[in-house]
Design a protein around this ligand. Sequence first.
Ligand code: NAD
Length: 273
Amino acid sequence: MSRLFSMSGKVVLVTGAGANGGIGHALALGFAEAEAQLVVADIDAEGLDQTLRQLQACGTKARALPCDISDGEQVAALFASVAAEEGRLDVLVNVPFAFPSRVKPHQLAFEDWQRTLDVSLSGYFRCCQQALALMLAQGGGSIINIGSNAGVSALGRGAMPYACAKAAVHQLTRELAVEYAGQGIRCNALLPAQVLTPGLKAHLNDPDFQQRVLPAILKGLPQGKLLEPEDLVGPALFLASDAARAVNGALLPVDQGNTALNAGGSHNWTGPQ
Ligand SMILES: NC(=O)c1ccc[n+]([C@@H]2O[C@H](COP(=O)([O-])OP(=O)(O)OC[C@H]3O[C@@H](n4cnc5c(N)ncnc54)[C@H](O)[C@@H]3O)[C@@H](O)[C@H]2O)c1
């Protein structure tokens, strides 16, 4: 049974894995605990270095490579380094995102729209393309994209460009799943609801967030609390493992039932601003 779920000897690249208490950070530590060999990447070189030290302290074979996934040259260099040093890539996990300041769509600066898509969608495509080249050459692999309940139903609250990027990530996942199923490559996505990450923690002392937004979010989370970054680890390990060998093109909610309730567009609604 344990062989089905084993990550031992697998090379896993997690982008957005800087040590800031976010999902990528938790996933890197989770894959390390499952005995994978890690390559971690992030735009934040300092946070990345911290993650690397944590991984090494657990005895994990790991390397850290700073990379901005919105920059094609940096992404190409990242994967060239993996090809040269690790010699293979079994699992790619795409985590980073950009979120512009929350404004109404008619007030959104085009550069903010573009930057959001460039990181949150095109960045994933750049990394997928590079990973696919390696995975095709070695005869298989697994790609996991981090989507969002924001890409399933509308959130409002100035989330439009982010939500559009996430919806497109879901479709990117499905298209890649179908295009490469015959070559042993699987592509799946995890769709979290609201997770207690640094981005969300930053709002916890804001009275408007406390009084209006947080109760609305919690009403949409059937287990009655925000998710933790670690809640994503088990589902990611499953999708990456041979246990999920026939799971392809899945958009797996990790949301306590939020999607089942369709709360993204209903119970999370905080009224017009
Ligand atoms: N936090 C939530 O409530 C929530 C809900 C649903 C989905 N998600 C998704 O989960 C993922 C992780 O979210 P999080 O809240 O843990 O984020 P986070 O900000 O905690 O971590 C994201 C990491 O990506 C890095 N990063 C940002 N831009 C980058 C770039 N251009 N190139 C490389 N690295 C870059 C950051 O430095 C950071 O370390 C995102 O895709 C997000 O959309 C989060």
